[in-house]
Design a protein around this ligand. Sequence first.
Ligand code: PBG
Length: 329
Amino acid sequence: MYPLRRNRRLRTNESIRSLVRETIISPKDFLVPLFVVEGKGIKQEIPSMPNYFRFSLDLLEHEVKELWKLGLKSVLLFVKVPDNLKDNKGTEALNPNGLMQRAIKTVKNVCPDMLVMTDVALDPYSSFGHDGIISDGKIINDETVDVLAEMSLSHAQAGADFVAPSDMMDGRILAIREALEDDGFIDTGIMSYSAKYASAFYGPFRDALDSAPADVKDIPKDKKSYQMDFANRFEAIKETEMDIDEGADIVMVKPGLCYLDIVREIKNEVDVPVAVYQVSGEYAMLKAAAEKGWLDHDAVMLEQITAIKRAGADVIASYFAKDVVKLLF
Ligand code: PBG
């Protein structure tokens, strides 16, 4: 009771504030998304993601070494696939010498202890820009799941530590778990994008990989038939619990900031680590506002990352990872 309790005592100066601070950000919190392209000597800035780049394999080596020196020990790989290799079934995804498979080996080669996670979904490989196979204008579930399981196996064979299915097909976690077990990859983990919403915040990412749903007659222009309706909360719990039952080691909520209510709810509900993906549109918004001088970039970045962790994130996938670590450590 006031004045016995004056809450401001604990806010008097930075020393006392830091002593009682509840949420501390560390390099260990981060999973760093990396975009990989074919070629040599390429470090290409993504126009809608200022200061974020696509790397060819040779320059990916430098980037990975730098991340390791900064204390960033986990990466999440995405590949930009040349148009001539795209088809409806994502055939190239299974190429043992494909860009993803070579990227995994490249990272493991320069930095054996770097934890390598890989995106598993058909969209970068699909001529229609969808996460699954299309038949009669629909994204067909079970045939897609078969490909995703093979794709996961191929990533494991190339040396991935974790596969990260981001496609939102039903039943894919079980199919992937069984495929990995059957082939002896008992220690290869699964980080499931379990509560992934059909969000307009993925725009810049689709620019980065040239993977937006194609504007083709009779093909859906959005991903609403597989990614979740952003109006829903109970559904996120259901999706997450099912993925855990099917064998997910880590679950994820995506996007981040607009979905922190879901993060907290899932964190309270489950007993596996919860990852949050602060997505490309969230990154782009802050970069744009900072460029205009309307927001203090570093202050807002730290506030956002701290809010994500405070909400319950055990793992944060973020394009700001390097910026945060350089600022704080
Ligand atoms: C692909 C995938 C997407 C993202 C991660 N994996 C795009 C999508 O679902 O359309 C988005 C990441 C971001 O926006 O940063 N399935």
